[in-house]
Design a protein around this ligand. Sequence first.
Ligand code: 26Q
Length: 834
Amino acid sequence: MNPTKSNPLPTDKIAPAMANLKTTPKLTPVKQALQNHLIFSSFKTSATATNRDWYDVSAYTVRDHVVARWVKTADAYAEQDPKRLYYLSLEFLIGRMLSNAALNLGIQDELSDGLTTLGHSLERAVELEQDAALGNGGLGRLAACFLDSMATMNIPATGYGIRYEFGMFKQSIEHGQQVENPDNWLRYGNIWEFQRPEATYNIKFYGHVLHVLEHNVMNSHWVDAEQVVAMAYDMPVPGYGTETVNSLRLWSAKATREFDLRHFNDGNYERAVEERVETETISKVLYPNDASASGRELRLKQQYFFVSASIQDILRRFLSVHTMHTPADWALLPEKIAIQLNDTHPAIGVAEMMYQLVDVHRLSWDFAWGLVNKIFAYTNHTLMPEALETWSVELFGSLLPRHLEIIYEINWQFLSWVSRNFPGDADLLRRVSIIDETQGRRVRMAHLAVVGSHTVNGVAALHSELLKTTLFADFHKIYPNKLTNVTNGITPRRWLNQANPLLTALISKAIGDGFQQDLAKLVKLTPLADDKDFRKAFRAVKLANKQRLAAKIHSHTGILVNPNSLFDVQIKRIHEYKRQLLNVLHVITLYNRIRAGEQNLTPRTVIFGGKAAPGYWMAKQIIRLINDVAHVVNNDPAIGEQLKVVFYPNYDVSSAEILFPGSDLSEQISTAGTEASGTGNMKMALNGALTIGTLDGANVEIKEEVGDDNIFIFGLTTPQVAQTKANGYNPRDYYYNNPGLKQVLDMIGSGFFSPDEHNRYQAIIDNLLNNGDNYLLLADYASYIATQDEVGKLYQNQEEWSRRAILNVARMAKFSSDRTIGEYANNIWNVKSL
Ligand code: 26Q
């Protein structure tokens, strides 16, 4: 066997940053740097500079500071050769970089002062940055929070993903309906990315496999494949209060040069250009779908494209430091690398690693499989059957013929092992097989991920238990130690310090700094919940944040809201299981009660935000209903300031930074057992909102932390949901037995909110009354309304409300993503802080 060919590209070409650098690069003082960049990077003067120029100049200035540390970090990693963690994710919902980088580097004040003395302002500059919206929702934002924590905790880690030319679509509301617009985020360039034309890899698709006996070994050759080039773009990930700057490496698809030559030599210029465009569509756009697996070939291409490039890059980096003299030397690989699969989207990595080790580096199958099983771990984010990825064997085999063979071999070995250990259970084999034979042969990516990983985790305690008892019950029996829990978390840097500077200042003044890196310090706020002056200051902060939000609401929707009303907020992707519709039922109930003359109701502003997948018709109907209801309620003179309804358009990371601090009430009302974790629930509580929620996802643990008195829990529990369904749930029983509920549904169904189209919401009503009300809205309605009444009542006692809100903030330690990353690092990755 030939020792592995050494790395085709010398290290110094791949990462110039790694060239030994013993001294920190010199940095100019911030104000001076701003002036220099204005001239030398933007070719402008103070007189001619636009707002955008000021953003650019600020970004260049902060970037210099980032790069100075980035170079040193790369250097330290090269020198110490620690075990590294690679986080593979099809989504990174980063948001804006400028304020976050300035905050993490501790140069926010200097930057702000510099811009002010130059006659500009940081606030205005910041607004010109486009969000990096390379994700749909929770899963993508979690990846971004994890990157922040890993850098802050000095963990040698790299994120790998796709540099989508178009990220998550921009949502606008026209005539009450969602309209999707392309997110052309790179239009004005991206100051935060560094193209690495030297870090490119060939990615193959299609073709076929030859099996050839060579030196008595049967080798496989993937031939006649089409080739695409993956080119790296690096974005820095600066930690907070540390020198560490990690990397997020995103891949962009480029046509190969041969490609051009082939056609140009034929004289077929047009065909060459066409094929080039086709090839480069691989990294064109993010699938805006977080509910159902799309099954599209392009999506599988995206997955394989970025996974193959990442694994080649990981192995190239490993081999540039370690020479493999004999195959046995490869035993070092799992001691130097750990790979986390963010859901099944990168699960093809298991097969790709086998391909690289067996076909390219010629290791034996069994030895390679032993390595793979020490390297990969998989996080599951959903139990919903429609979101589980499967691919038709036919499509898979045409696109990735060798990987299909590899998966069959993995499956064969796995099933043989299962049948030896659980003899006589043919049905078990059928159920756990990576190939589903029941619906016309499909590859089950979740099964591939479970079989290929040493650890599989859910994202909240309840969800991880449900994985053991439902979705992965068979695997739990087969591998009793594989399943575990790591409860999600959020980064306090972005979600407290950056989003809520007023609360941050108040907390710092009260208990000192340091909570940004150690959220457990917030517990020192506990006694202050009983301090009248502190409560008053806390309320003043909340009011200011609500005013800030009210101004945004006005400018985006034209709706005037009263900052003294209760801001009742539900912001998340639009999904039937998340039950925005239940919230609407409450809004209409309040509307009816106000119109009926009920006194002493608490004035409320109910705010919704979130995107619907473009192909998810029911979710779009829900958005339309919210807007129709808002129109009626907001324009009814009988309602006045008692109730306002807002649909906040284009909910994204940047608007979230305004919405969370401005919330009083956090709506976390999914049907129990459906929301894997939720992370918005944590962001709200950290910003001093009280939660109204079901015992679902991380709400369960939030309740444990904040205490039963400081959260509003309602509705059926997960076992009760199962029981209710098993008993033959009939939503009509609730409809006929609850006059308030009946009135609300009748209004929606009869066109009260859609007078120009009376049956517009027939499908919604049908779902609830005739098609089984899958998410049990009617079963939970009464409990929800009663709990909302308690909420309203408590809000009238501002002292008590703020006391509980402060206790929520004080008890959020568990939900820092630093805690989460600490658990992954210790229990799953076995990587150490540097
Ligand atoms: C799959 C196949 C094809 C196209 C798209 C997809 C796809 C894309 C995104 C499927 C799912 C997603 C995103 C899922 C997601 O965001 N899940 C959320 O993850 C959070 C972080 O763990 C949890 O807090 C939420 O409960 C969970 O819903």
